[in-house]
Design a protein around this ligand. Structure first.
Ligand SMILES: Cc1cc2nc3c(=O)[nH]c(=O)nc-3n(C[C@H](O)[C@H](O)[C@H](O)COP(=O)(O)OP(=O)(O)OC[C@H]3O[C@@H](n4cnc5c(N)ncnc54)[C@H](O)[C@@H]3O)c2cc1C
Length: 386
């Protein structure tokens, strides 16, 4: 098992501020000294990827190098000291600690001049992992709520027989499926370029990276929303520790924080979208997909949503993109997820799938009320969980 030691007290979102130093010790090895403030999997990991600044340190992110270090030295001694374990709100089955690197023996990954690229590429992969893990939590929570709703009776009927209860479930199912599909698309896009691209990377890499920022944010908040509301759909027992919902929700909460918070995803998305010009490719790809949709309403509404995004992105430039980047991130996420989901649903030929994709379009992209027919048909898409 592995771990990443990046974050320090003064350097979390801003990796350029890290103070851990690396000194070459001969035979190609390095020795690292510093304190890492968040280290997950500690005590379990066999090795860690560690960021540090070789001496004499160069300022800024370009001065960051990335190292690989085993947890134990060949003579069995630990290669770092665990100072303490964190007392966390969630993910308590994964120990997270503070670690002191005291002449930790390490191997340089790549070369000194591309250290920050390596560190960030690892985070790109982690964003995809984080997204799928968050959606896994959402699936577990929704599944529990669905099973509960099929058993529990209130007002003389099973809960799923109440239109409003079923509506809640199908809306969440649509959100989960749409986000998962877009996450898997982002993973495939990255996997297609990852082996060919090398720092400082070309347009294909930045295009793939753009997807991962959008998906990371979308999946984290989908996970948080679904795990929270599934808890409510189980009523009072959803809140009890003897049932799994509270733990699942607590575990979901961190998915928006680690591997870069929502604001950091927004800023990094904006960098890829505008500075690396990957936004143009994304909007073109979505336009092509939308034009191929067979459902006329979806085609028109998504074309309008895409135009809205283009206008917003242009307006944002006038005021400084930073302030508007999170809204743009959310708009892109929902439009992209809706486009992929609609295309997939049409190809599947399943009525429940086209109903769910319409529900996603109405509730997440265009704010149009859904009707009982859509809810009933969409509900058929949940029955596999029984
Ligand atoms: C349970 C847990 C496990 C973790 N495990 C690991 C691990 O294994 N390895 C590791 O390296 N790290 C780990 N982390 C650390 C995590 O990645 C960082 O906490 C996270 O990246 C945020 O950094 P920070 O805590 O320094 O927050 P800060 O950088 O101080 O940010 C605080 C707030 O300010 C916002 N902010 C920062 N800069 C800007 C800006 N320019 N514009 C707008 N808003 C901004 C952020 O979005 C955030 O909301 C873990 C964290 C947790 C909670």
């Amino acid at each position: 098992m592995g771990a990443t030691f990046y974050t320090e007290v003064q350097a979390g979102s801003d990796l350029s501020g890290l103070e851990t130093v690396a000194q070459q010790s001969g035979e190609g090895k390095w020795r690292l000294r510093g304190i890492k403030y968040f280290t997950s999997n500690i005590g379990q990991a066999d090795a860690a990827i560690i960021t540090a600044k070789p001496t004499p340190p160069r300022p800024g992110a370009k001065g960051v190098a990335t190292f690989f270090a085993p947890a134990y030295l060949p003579d069995g001694r630990p290669n770092w000291k665990i100072l303490r374990l964190k007392d966390k709100l969630g993910t308590v089955t994964v120990p997270t600690g503070e670690v002191e690197l005291r002449d930790t023996e390490a191997h340089l990954l790549g070369t000194l001049d591309i250290g920050i690229y390596i560190a960030l590429e690892i985070l790109t992969i982690a964003r995809i992992d984080n997204s799928t893990a968050g959606l896994g939590l959402a699936r577990k929570a929704l599944w529990e709520a669905y099973l509960y709703g099929n058993e529990r009776r209130a007002f003389r009927k099973r809960l799923v027989e109440h239109p409003l209860y079923l509506r809640d479930l199908v809306e969440m199912e649509a959100k989960l499926q749409a986000t998962l599909l877009y996450t898997l698309t982002a993973a495939k896009t990255f996997s297609d370029v990852a082996y060919a691209e090398r720092p400082p990377y070309g347009p294909a890499y930045h295009y793939a990276r753009l997807h991962t920022h959008i998906v990371k944010n979308l999946a984290a908040w989908t996970s948080i929303d679904i795990t929270r509301y599934s808890m409510e759909l189980m009523g009072g027992i959803g809140f009890l520790e003897e049932f799994p919902m509270a733990k699942i929700h607590r575990d979901a909460l961190v998915t928006a924080i680690w591997e870069g918070t929502s604001n950091i995803q927004s800023l990094d998305m904006a960098e890829a979208f505008y500075r690396k010009d990957a936004g143009k490719a994304l909007l073109e790809d979505l336009a092509t997909r939308i034009n191929k949709l067979r459902d006329e309403e979806a085609r028109h509404k998504l074309t309008a949503a895409l135009q809205n995004i283009k206008d917003f992105a242009t307006e944002a430039l006038k005021d400084g993109v930073e302030l508007h980047s999170k809204k743009l991130l959310a708009m892109l996420g929902k439009a992209a997820a809706a486009t992929h989901y609609q295309g997939w649903a049409e190809d599947s030929g399943e009525q429940w799938a086209t109903a769910l994709s319409k529900i996603y379009l109405y509730t997440e992209v265009i704010d149009k009320e859904i009707d009982s027919n859509l809810v009933r048909k969409g509900g058929e898409g949940l029955q596999w969980m029984l």
